[in-house]
Ligand binder design. Structure first.
Ligand code: ZN
Ligand code: ZN
Length: 302
Protein backbone atom coordinates (compact mmCIF):
# COMPACT_ATOMS: atom_id res chain seq x y z
CA UNK A 1 0.00 0.00 0.00
CA UNK A 2 1.14 3.53 -0.75
CA UNK A 3 0.34 6.52 1.44
CA UNK A 4 0.45 10.27 0.85
CA UNK A 5 -0.35 10.04 -2.84
CA UNK A 6 0.01 13.50 -4.38
CA UNK A 7 -3.12 15.03 -5.85
CA UNK A 8 -3.59 16.97 -9.04
CA UNK A 9 -5.13 19.88 -7.13
CA UNK A 10 -2.13 20.18 -4.78
CA UNK A 11 0.35 20.16 -7.66
CA UNK A 12 -1.63 22.67 -9.75
CA UNK A 13 -2.18 24.98 -6.79
CA UNK A 14 1.50 24.91 -5.82
CA UNK A 15 2.45 25.52 -9.44
CA UNK A 16 0.11 28.48 -9.71
CA UNK A 17 1.50 29.86 -6.44
CA UNK A 18 4.97 29.82 -7.98
CA UNK A 19 3.72 31.57 -11.12
CA UNK A 20 2.14 34.18 -8.85
CA UNK A 21 5.37 34.53 -6.86
CA UNK A 22 7.34 35.21 -10.05
CA UNK A 23 4.64 37.58 -11.31
CA UNK A 24 4.64 39.42 -7.99
CA UNK A 25 8.40 40.01 -8.06
CA UNK A 26 8.40 41.05 -11.72
CA UNK A 27 5.34 43.27 -11.56
CA UNK A 28 6.81 44.98 -8.48
CA UNK A 29 9.74 46.02 -10.65
CA UNK A 30 7.31 47.35 -13.26
CA UNK A 31 5.13 49.31 -10.83
CA UNK A 32 8.18 50.79 -9.08
CA UNK A 33 9.59 51.85 -12.43
CA UNK A 34 6.19 53.24 -13.40
CA UNK A 35 6.53 55.70 -10.50
CA UNK A 36 9.96 56.97 -11.57
CA UNK A 37 8.48 60.30 -12.69
CA UNK A 38 6.77 60.71 -9.34
CA UNK A 39 10.10 60.24 -7.57
CA UNK A 40 11.63 62.89 -9.85
CA UNK A 41 13.53 60.62 -12.25
CA UNK A 42 13.48 60.71 -16.04
CA UNK A 43 12.46 57.19 -17.06
CA UNK A 44 14.58 57.13 -20.22
CA UNK A 45 17.65 58.20 -18.27
CA UNK A 46 17.39 55.69 -15.44
CA UNK A 47 16.01 52.77 -17.50
CA UNK A 48 19.29 50.96 -18.29
CA UNK A 49 20.61 51.25 -14.75
CA UNK A 50 17.29 50.21 -13.26
CA UNK A 51 16.92 47.04 -15.35
CA UNK A 52 20.58 46.14 -14.86
CA UNK A 53 20.01 46.27 -11.10
CA UNK A 54 16.89 44.13 -11.57
CA UNK A 55 18.83 41.36 -13.31
CA UNK A 56 18.89 38.96 -10.39
CA UNK A 57 15.18 39.34 -9.71
CA UNK A 58 14.40 38.64 -13.36
CA UNK A 59 16.61 35.56 -13.71
CA UNK A 60 15.31 34.14 -10.41
CA UNK A 61 11.73 34.83 -11.45
CA UNK A 62 12.22 32.95 -14.71
CA UNK A 63 13.58 29.89 -12.86
CA UNK A 64 10.55 30.03 -10.57
CA UNK A 65 8.22 30.14 -13.59
CA UNK A 66 9.88 26.97 -14.84
CA UNK A 67 9.44 25.24 -11.48
CA UNK A 68 5.80 26.30 -11.43
CA UNK A 69 5.20 24.89 -14.91
CA UNK A 70 6.83 21.58 -13.90
CA UNK A 71 4.51 21.29 -10.89
CA UNK A 72 1.43 22.03 -12.99
CA UNK A 73 2.49 19.42 -15.57
CA UNK A 74 2.87 16.92 -12.72
CA UNK A 75 -0.63 17.91 -11.60
CA UNK A 76 -2.02 17.26 -15.06
CA UNK A 77 -0.29 13.86 -15.15
CA UNK A 78 -1.54 13.10 -11.64
CA UNK A 79 -5.08 13.67 -12.85
CA UNK A 80 -4.59 10.66 -15.14
CA UNK A 81 -2.71 8.65 -12.50
CA UNK A 82 -0.11 9.64 -9.87
CA UNK A 83 1.70 6.36 -10.60
CA UNK A 84 2.79 7.72 -13.99
CA UNK A 85 5.19 9.92 -12.02
CA UNK A 86 7.21 6.90 -10.81
CA UNK A 87 10.45 6.54 -12.74
CA UNK A 88 12.20 3.35 -11.56
CA UNK A 89 11.42 -0.22 -12.65
CA UNK A 90 9.60 -2.34 -10.00
CA UNK A 91 12.83 -4.11 -8.96
CA UNK A 92 14.12 -0.78 -7.63
CA UNK A 93 11.01 0.34 -5.78
CA UNK A 94 11.06 0.44 -1.97
CA UNK A 95 10.22 -3.02 -0.59
CA UNK A 96 6.53 -3.74 0.07
CA UNK A 97 7.52 -6.55 2.46
CA UNK A 98 8.66 -4.45 5.43
CA UNK A 99 5.25 -4.54 7.06
CA UNK A 100 4.57 -0.82 6.67
CA UNK A 101 2.86 1.18 3.95
CA UNK A 102 5.24 3.00 1.58
CA UNK A 103 5.16 6.78 1.52
CA UNK A 104 4.94 8.11 -2.03
CA UNK A 105 7.92 10.38 -1.38
CA UNK A 106 10.14 7.28 -1.03
CA UNK A 107 9.83 6.60 -4.76
CA UNK A 108 12.07 8.19 -7.33
CA UNK A 109 9.96 10.27 -9.66
CA UNK A 110 10.39 11.17 -13.33
CA UNK A 111 12.72 13.86 -14.64
CA UNK A 112 11.24 17.18 -15.65
CA UNK A 113 12.41 16.69 -19.23
CA UNK A 114 10.01 13.73 -19.63
CA UNK A 115 6.87 15.42 -18.27
CA UNK A 116 5.53 16.62 -21.62
CA UNK A 117 6.11 13.21 -23.24
CA UNK A 118 4.35 11.39 -20.38
CA UNK A 119 1.37 13.73 -20.53
CA UNK A 120 1.13 13.51 -24.32
CA UNK A 121 1.28 9.70 -24.22
CA UNK A 122 -1.53 9.16 -21.72
CA UNK A 123 -3.76 12.19 -22.15
CA UNK A 124 -6.65 12.25 -24.61
CA UNK A 125 -5.52 15.68 -25.89
CA UNK A 126 -1.84 16.45 -26.39
CA UNK A 127 -0.08 19.68 -25.52
CA UNK A 128 0.79 21.79 -28.54
CA UNK A 129 4.13 21.55 -30.29
CA UNK A 130 4.71 25.20 -29.49
CA UNK A 131 4.20 24.50 -25.79
CA UNK A 132 6.64 21.62 -25.92
CA UNK A 133 9.30 23.77 -27.62
CA UNK A 134 8.80 26.64 -25.21
CA UNK A 135 8.87 24.36 -22.19
CA UNK A 136 12.18 22.88 -23.27
CA UNK A 137 13.79 26.22 -24.10
CA UNK A 138 12.60 27.60 -20.74
CA UNK A 139 14.18 24.58 -19.08
CA UNK A 140 17.45 25.13 -20.94
CA UNK A 141 17.51 28.77 -19.91
CA UNK A 142 16.75 27.84 -16.31
CA UNK A 143 19.63 25.33 -16.34
CA UNK A 144 21.97 27.95 -17.78
CA UNK A 145 20.95 30.35 -15.00
CA UNK A 146 21.44 27.70 -12.32
CA UNK A 147 24.77 26.37 -13.63
CA UNK A 148 26.41 29.71 -14.27
CA UNK A 149 24.70 31.42 -11.34
CA UNK A 150 23.11 33.63 -13.95
CA UNK A 151 26.36 35.13 -15.21
CA UNK A 152 26.02 36.04 -18.86
CA UNK A 153 22.36 35.02 -19.02
CA UNK A 154 20.17 37.97 -19.78
CA UNK A 155 16.45 37.91 -19.06
CA UNK A 156 14.20 40.77 -20.13
CA UNK A 157 11.21 41.84 -18.07
CA UNK A 158 8.86 41.19 -21.03
CA UNK A 159 10.25 37.66 -21.26
CA UNK A 160 9.17 36.80 -17.71
CA UNK A 161 5.75 38.44 -18.06
CA UNK A 162 5.13 36.76 -21.39
CA UNK A 163 6.34 33.36 -20.12
CA UNK A 164 3.84 33.44 -17.24
CA UNK A 165 0.96 34.54 -19.47
CA UNK A 166 1.79 31.95 -22.13
CA UNK A 167 2.30 29.02 -19.78
CA UNK A 168 -0.80 29.76 -17.71
CA UNK A 169 -2.97 30.04 -20.82
CA UNK A 170 -1.53 26.85 -22.32
CA UNK A 171 -2.01 24.85 -19.12
CA UNK A 172 -5.37 26.31 -18.04
CA UNK A 173 -7.08 27.34 -21.31
CA UNK A 174 -10.39 28.09 -19.61
CA UNK A 175 -8.85 30.40 -17.00
CA UNK A 176 -7.60 33.97 -17.19
CA UNK A 177 -4.34 34.99 -15.55
CA UNK A 178 -5.53 38.51 -14.66
CA UNK A 179 -8.48 37.08 -12.73
CA UNK A 180 -6.29 34.48 -11.03
CA UNK A 181 -3.77 37.16 -10.13
CA UNK A 182 -6.46 39.34 -8.54
CA UNK A 183 -7.60 36.34 -6.47
CA UNK A 184 -4.03 35.84 -5.27
CA UNK A 185 -3.85 39.53 -4.36
CA UNK A 186 -7.14 39.30 -2.49
CA UNK A 187 -5.67 36.51 -0.36
CA UNK A 188 -2.27 38.14 0.08
CA UNK A 189 -1.13 39.38 3.50
CA UNK A 190 -1.20 43.02 2.29
CA UNK A 191 -4.91 42.76 1.55
CA UNK A 192 -5.65 41.45 5.00
CA UNK A 193 -3.90 44.43 6.52
CA UNK A 194 -5.73 46.86 4.29
CA UNK A 195 -8.74 45.77 2.34
CA UNK A 196 -9.85 43.83 -0.73
CA UNK A 197 -9.98 47.13 -2.65
CA UNK A 198 -6.22 47.03 -2.80
CA UNK A 199 -6.32 43.86 -4.91
CA UNK A 200 -8.40 45.52 -7.64
CA UNK A 201 -6.28 48.70 -7.70
CA UNK A 202 -3.13 46.66 -7.86
CA UNK A 203 -4.35 44.18 -10.51
CA UNK A 204 -5.65 46.98 -12.75
CA UNK A 205 -2.38 48.87 -12.35
CA UNK A 206 -0.29 45.81 -13.27
CA UNK A 207 -2.36 44.93 -16.32
CA UNK A 208 -2.38 48.56 -17.52
CA UNK A 209 1.41 48.41 -17.54
CA UNK A 210 1.41 45.00 -19.24
CA UNK A 211 -1.01 46.35 -21.86
CA UNK A 212 1.57 49.02 -22.71
CA UNK A 213 4.50 46.63 -22.53
CA UNK A 214 3.44 43.83 -24.89
CA UNK A 215 2.68 43.83 -28.61
CA UNK A 216 -0.94 44.16 -29.84
CA UNK A 217 -1.05 40.51 -30.99
CA UNK A 218 0.12 39.35 -27.55
CA UNK A 219 -2.45 41.55 -25.78
CA UNK A 220 -5.20 40.18 -28.00
CA UNK A 221 -4.11 36.60 -27.28
CA UNK A 222 -3.52 36.93 -23.54
CA UNK A 223 -6.03 39.57 -22.49
CA UNK A 224 -8.67 39.21 -25.21
CA UNK A 225 -8.67 42.90 -26.08
CA UNK A 226 -7.53 44.94 -29.07
CA UNK A 227 -4.81 47.27 -27.81
CA UNK A 228 -5.60 49.78 -30.55
CA UNK A 229 -9.25 50.01 -29.54
CA UNK A 230 -10.23 52.85 -27.19
CA UNK A 231 -10.21 51.67 -23.58
CA UNK A 232 -12.64 52.62 -20.80
CA UNK A 233 -12.78 52.27 -17.04
CA UNK A 234 -14.42 49.00 -16.04
CA UNK A 235 -17.61 49.74 -14.06
CA UNK A 236 -17.15 46.67 -11.84
CA UNK A 237 -13.45 47.32 -11.11
CA UNK A 238 -14.25 50.98 -10.47
CA UNK A 239 -16.88 49.89 -7.94
CA UNK A 240 -14.48 47.46 -6.21
CA UNK A 241 -11.40 49.71 -6.21
CA UNK A 242 -10.29 52.33 -3.74
CA UNK A 243 -10.77 55.63 -5.56
CA UNK A 244 -9.52 57.98 -2.81
CA UNK A 245 -6.40 58.75 -4.82
CA UNK A 246 -8.18 58.45 -8.17
CA UNK A 247 -8.52 55.42 -10.39
CA UNK A 248 -7.46 55.82 -13.99
CA UNK A 249 -6.75 52.32 -15.24
CA UNK A 250 -8.61 51.91 -18.50
CA UNK A 251 -8.67 48.28 -19.55
CA UNK A 252 -12.23 47.65 -20.73
CA UNK A 253 -13.21 47.79 -24.42
CA UNK A 254 -16.58 47.99 -26.18
CA UNK A 255 -17.98 44.73 -27.47
CA UNK A 256 -18.57 44.63 -30.32
CA UNK A 257 -16.43 47.57 -31.46
CA UNK A 258 -19.28 49.83 -32.58
CA UNK A 259 -20.76 53.27 -31.73
CA UNK A 260 -23.94 51.59 -30.47
CA UNK A 261 -22.36 48.75 -28.47
CA UNK A 262 -23.80 48.45 -24.96
CA UNK A 263 -21.29 45.99 -23.49
CA UNK A 264 -17.75 46.47 -22.30
CA UNK A 265 -15.35 43.58 -21.73
CA UNK A 266 -12.86 43.86 -18.86
CA UNK A 267 -9.84 41.53 -18.93
CA UNK A 268 -9.33 41.76 -15.14
CA UNK A 269 -12.94 40.69 -14.41
CA UNK A 270 -12.88 38.47 -17.51
CA UNK A 271 -16.52 39.48 -17.96
CA UNK A 272 -18.76 41.75 -20.00
CA UNK A 273 -20.64 44.59 -18.30
CA UNK A 274 -23.72 46.44 -19.50
CA UNK A 275 -23.23 50.16 -20.26
CA UNK A 276 -25.48 53.04 -21.36
CA UNK A 277 -24.62 55.06 -24.47
CA UNK A 278 -25.23 58.66 -23.48
CA UNK A 279 -23.10 61.80 -23.69
CA UNK A 280 -21.20 62.60 -20.49
CA UNK A 281 -22.49 65.76 -18.76
CA UNK A 282 -19.01 66.79 -17.60
CA UNK A 283 -17.56 69.89 -19.30
CA UNK A 284 -14.88 69.02 -21.84
CA UNK A 285 -15.48 65.24 -21.69
CA UNK A 286 -16.41 63.67 -25.02
CA UNK A 287 -17.22 60.31 -23.44
CA UNK A 288 -20.46 58.54 -24.27
CA UNK A 289 -20.04 55.28 -22.38
CA UNK A 290 -21.75 55.44 -18.99
CA UNK A 291 -21.91 52.84 -16.22
CA UNK A 292 -25.34 51.27 -15.97
CA UNK A 293 -25.67 51.65 -12.21
CA UNK A 294 -24.47 54.87 -10.64
CA UNK A 295 -24.19 56.69 -13.95
CA UNK A 296 -20.42 57.17 -13.77
CA UNK A 297 -18.77 58.16 -17.07
CA UNK A 298 -16.27 55.45 -18.00
CA UNK A 299 -14.10 57.94 -19.86
CA UNK A 300 -13.56 60.66 -17.24
CA UNK A 301 -14.69 58.72 -14.15
CA UNK A 302 -17.14 61.42 -12.95
ZN1 ZN B 1 -13.19 44.85 -14.37
ZN1 ZN C 1 -16.99 61.94 -18.84
Amino acid sequence: MITNLPTSVDFCQSGNELLNFAWDATSNLLTEFDQADYYGFDKSEVSDKYWAAARRTLTTSLTIVQQGVELILKGKICEISPYLLLSDPPSRWPSPYEGAPIDFSQFRTVDAQDLVRIYDTFSTARLSEEFSERFHSLREKRNAIMHTVGAGVSVQVTEVIEAILYMHKALFPSENWATTRREFLMNSPDSELGSGEYATNRACWEFSIVRELLEPAQIRYFMGVNKKQRAYLCPACLGDANTDAGFEFKLAVLRPKSPTATLVYCPVCDAEHQVIREDCAEDGCLGNVIAEDGGCCLTCGR
